[in-house]
Write a protein that binds this ligand. Structure first.
Ligand code: HPA
Length: 236
C-alpha cells in the first residue's frame, strides 16, 4: 500500500500498461485480459491485474499531466517493484507529416517542465525512452504488421495556451507531437533504474485542425493496445 495505491504488493505485475484514462484501463482489462481483478480504485485511478496470453500484466491509469503520472509511476516502480511501464496515450501532431490515427513510438520526450529539476536537480530537457523496451515494441509491431512512426515528442504542462509556440518546438526541438506525461515517466524510470516507453495515437493535428472521429479514435487506440500487450511477450 502507498499513499495513492491500495493494492497489495503481489497484486501488481512487473509489467504495467498505463493509459491516462481510468475508463480505458477498464476497457483494456475487459476486452484483452483473462482472469482480471480490480486491484486499485483510490481516487478512481483504476488498476486491473490479469493475464495476457498467459503473462501477468497490470493495466493502471496515470491520470492527466506530469504531476499525476509522476506520482503513480514513482510508487509503482519504487514500492511495487514494477520493472517496465508502457504508457499508451493520445497526442496532437505538430506537423502535417503525421496523419490522424498514426501510431507513434516515442524516442525521446522534450519538456520545459520543472518536473525533473524539482525531483532530483536534473536539468535535461530531452529524456529518452528505454531502448530495450522500444526494441521489443518494434518487434511486436512488426509481427502484427503495424507501422510505427518513431519520433521525439513534446511533454507539455499546459493544454490550453493563449499563444501556442508549437511551430518553434517543432522547428527548434524536433518535437513531432504533443502529450502531457512521458517526460515525468521517463525521468522516474531513469532515477529508479527501471524501463519506460510510450506509444501514442495521433488524435488531432494542430497544423490542420483535424480531429479523429470517436470511432476512428477507438480503432487507433485498439491498435496501440495490441502492440503494447504483445510487446510484453517479447521478453522474460
Ligand atoms: N495537447 C496536449 N495533449 C494532447 C493533445 C494536445 O493537443 N492531444 C492529445 N493529447
Amino acid at each position: 500500500m502507498t499513499p495513492h495505491i491500495s493494492s497489495k504488493k503481489e497484486e501488481i505485475a512487473k509489467d504495467v500498461i498505463m493509459p491516462g484514462d481510468p475508463k480505458r484501463a477498464e476497457y483494456i482489462a475487459k476486452n484483452y485480459l483473462e482472469d482480471y481483478k480490480l486491484v486499485n480504485e483510490v481516487r478512481g485511478m483504476l488498476a486491473f491485474t490479469g493475464k495476457y496470453k498467459g503473462k501477468k500484466v497490470t493495466v493502471m491509469a496515470s491520470g492527466m499531466g506530469m504531476p499525476s503520472m509522476g506520482i503513480y509511476s514513482y510508487e509503482l516502480f519504487k514500492e511495487y517493484d514494477v520493472k517496465n511501464i508502457i504508457r499508451i496515450g493520445t497526442c496532437g501532431a505538430y506537423t502535417k507529416d503525421l496523419a490522424l490515427k498514426d501510431t507513434i513510438l516515442v524516442n525521446g520526450a522534450y519538456s520545459e517542465s520543472s518536473y525533473a529539476k524539482t525531483q532530483n536537480g536534473c536539468e535535461d530537457k530531452l529524456l529518452l525512452a528505454s531502448s530495450p523496451l522500444n526494441f521489443y515494441i518494434k518487434e511486436a509491431a512488426e509481427d502484427l504488421n503495424k507501422h510505427l512512426s518513431i519520433a521525439n515528442i513534446h511533454s507539455s504542462d499546459v493544454f490550453y495556451k493563449e499563444n501556442d509556440n508549437f511551430k518553434e518546438l517543432y522547428r527548434n526541438e524536433g518535437c513531432m507531437a504533443v502529450e502531457m506525461e512521458s517526460f515525468a515517466l521517463f525521468h522516474n524510470a531513469n532515477v529508479l533504474g527501471k524501463r519506460a516507453a510510450c506509444l501514442l495515437t495521433v488524435t488531432d493535428n494542430l497544423v490542420t485542425g483535424e480531429r479523429l472521429s470517436s470511432e476512428d479514435r477507438q480503432q487507433g487506440v485498439n491498435e496501440m493496445i495490441e502492440i503494447a500487450l504483445e510487446s510484453i511477450l517479447h521478453y522474460d
